[in-house]
Design a protein around this ligand. Sequence first.
Ligand SMILES: C[S@@+](CC[C@H](N)C(=O)[O-])C[C@H]1O[C@@H](n2cnc3c(N)ncnc32)[C@H](O)[C@@H]1O
Length: 290
Amino acid sequence: MRIASNKLIDCIRFYHAELSNIYDKNEIEAIFYLVADHFLGFERTKVQTNLQSNINQSDLIKLYQCCSKLKKQIPVQYVLESAWFYGLKFLVSPQVLIPRPETEELVDLIVKENQDSVSFLDFGTGSGCIPISIKKQIPSAQVFAIDLSGEALLIAEKNAANHFTEIVFVNADILMDDFSIKLLNKQVQIVISNPPYIMSNEKNQMSQLVLKNEPHLALFVEGEDDILFYKKIINACEHILVSGGKLYFELNPLTANLVKLYTIQSQLFLEVKLLNDMSGKTRFLKAIKK
Ligand SMILES: C[S@@+](CC[C@H](N)C(=O)[O-])C[C@H]1O[C@@H](n2cnc3c(N)ncnc32)[C@H](O)[C@@H]1O
């Protein structure tokens, strides 16, 4: 199939025709706005007010080629190699998780509650979306971030440079017992993590788009213990979190109560609260260290 003309309206029609087996109408529209912004520099309103305008041939080819990749069920963020998060554009590749809106909610909460905090540590940083967004909002803070994946850290470092933020990135394994001690010789005021939290028995209910494209290292917690990452981070807080410091997690609603219980049983924290996301799901944990 070809795009009927160089008019923007025909490009949109083409995207609807080609992608309707994979996405619903609203999703295709949202994808088209991202694509138009990326290749044409057109924001949503500019698309809407220029439907009858012609785009040049080279842009038409780019839109066509992009649509062919989308048809192969590659997420638009990987096709465009970029994703928006908390008002910033991040470089993404299949080595990093595509940042999610729930995680933006977590960052918003942290930024609003911790304007005076001086040190932050993010476990499992992926694209670096969490530490970079925090550093942008609280420039005086010292921000540390760790990940097991060297490839993810390369992307995170590029993002930090693109946003002119200084973050200390560390290549380390959360699951190694001595990792917190090796990691930093100092304590921080805020610990954050959105660790891998999808259980293997959830795999068959997941979207193929996620399953086939996003890094399994970022998604799944393997083995018997569904909250292993949380436990390791909670235990590490004994050494790395200052007294009065705060711990923030993004959670799997299915294991949220287990994480809360473990946090309480660790006896490291005074206050342990679960919070809902905008869709009403139990999604975050916040705890204050004794
Ligand atoms: C759910 S992703 C979160 C990425 C990013 N923070 C975000 O919110 O978009 C989890 C991250 O943990 C990292 N990870 C997985 N296993 C790890 C381990 N054992 N030690 C350190 N990082 C790990 C993955 O590489 C991935 O980047």
